[in-house]
Design a protein around this ligand. Sequence first.
Ligand SMILES: Cc1cc2nc3c(=O)[nH]c(=O)nc-3n(C[C@H](O)[C@H](O)[C@H](O)COP(=O)(O)O)c2cc1C
Length: 188
Amino acid sequence: MELMQTLRSRRSVRVFDGTPVDRAVLEEIIAVAALAPSRMNRQPWFFHVATGDARRRVAEVMAMTTSYLDEYMDVLGPEGVERAARFYAELGHAPVVIGVATPKTEDRFETRDFAISVGASVENLLLAAADHGLGTCVLSVPHWVADQLTNVFEIDPEWEIVSLIVLGYADETPRPQEREAEVAVFLE
Ligand SMILES: Cc1cc2nc3c(=O)[nH]c(=O)nc-3n(C[C@H](O)[C@H](O)[C@H](O)COP(=O)(O)O)c2cc1C
């Protein structure tokens, strides 16, 4: 697929058919994620790729979020909360879940630039996956299970988990989400 077409057609996928993903494909996707630009080429990202039993342990931790989701009742409504709880607990039957980690830092400029760098690498990963015919969805790391996820993914104590990505072959065709029409101003 051409890059522009991949950029335009990528959608977040939340229902997967469970088919395993080849290790070689996962390795290529991660390698491409690591080609993203970063502040002073610090490459402040590390990908913890969980399949099989490790993936099951992540799902067990994410299932613990269910009892906290009531906080979001006002925003999501009862149906939305139930859908979110099910998605978190089952990870949409995705065979792969990736924990994304970044170095801990107190420096506010580093914090900002690390976030942009990690975001760039995550987007590379999503697009590389799409190019392989794979669906993905980025998940916020619920703060209430961050410690448990850190343990399951065996993240270095100097690093912190900042994102989760579920990945697999899609079993749904998500509708495009609305986008703001005006997102830029052109100055001369
Ligand atoms: C940082 C980040 C956090 C996200 N967290 C969640 C999440 O917790 N649950 C979820 O279902 N989708 C999550 N998403 C996916 C967004 O909802 C999705 O990207 C957005 O609605 C636009 O839809 P699209 O990706 O299909 O274009 C997240 C995306 C990003 C980039």
